[in-house]
Ligand binder design. Sequence first.
Ligand SMILES: [Zn+2]
Ligand SMILES: [Zn+2]
Length: 265
Amino acid sequence: MAGSVPELPLPGAPLLLATEEVRLLWSFVHGDIMSAPMRTWLRASLGFCPRHTWAYAVVEIELWESGVGARGGHQPFDVSVLYEDLCREAASRLARGRAWGRRPDAALLPSRPCYLCTQLAAPAREGLAIGYANSNSVALAAEANLARHTRHWCSATLDTWEPLACPACLGRLAGADDGAWLCRLHLAEALRAGRADDADPAARLAAAARRLNRLADRLGAFAESMTAAGPPADAEVETSWIAALGFFAGWRFPAYLAGAAVGEG
Ligand SMILES: [Zn+2]
Ligand SMILES: [Zn+2]
């Protein structure tokens, strides 16, 4: 499961997002995120699958060309709004603890499938595959696949987020202590395995809930920094979206983009 991150091409090569994935995500960025039934779905599915979690950020960052705030465009605004919500949702699930009779990792698992995957699996509807506002999906996919801005962001902020990254994702489990900030996938795996150092899974889930709430606060500040009157973000706030997506979908993708050393985790 932890290995189900996007297939990674050679370092520096274009990503491998299909035109249809980019078309669907570009439409999603323009409206679906605001719909209440969609938000209910995304809370149940804990966002997208790992591949589409990172693809969603790439599509917004690469293709959104203008905005307010210091950067102007090419920033993960929708991503931050959505993940502030998902971090709070996940925190409240984890804080509730394990219900009687449920598997130990239940709070970390989605109860609905990835929305993008279900859209991709739906039978093709001839004549309806038009990009948002008639956009040229092939050209947008080519642009997104270069991942220029996302790559730069992940590289330039590596020193801030790397210490927060899940050591299991980066193949650095040896020497990691109990307080390591495991991603959702590896935390679920550790709870399922009932590792000897997990004497108190409830305490571990509660600690993860506290961290997610702190992360949600930073994501709120980050989203505000991208508005006209918002104060500028500090380094920790600037990388909060990477930390959030890393928790939900694993960290190998930003590590790959940043050219960080990754072991065989
Ligand atoms: Zn998916
Ligand atoms: Zn991990």
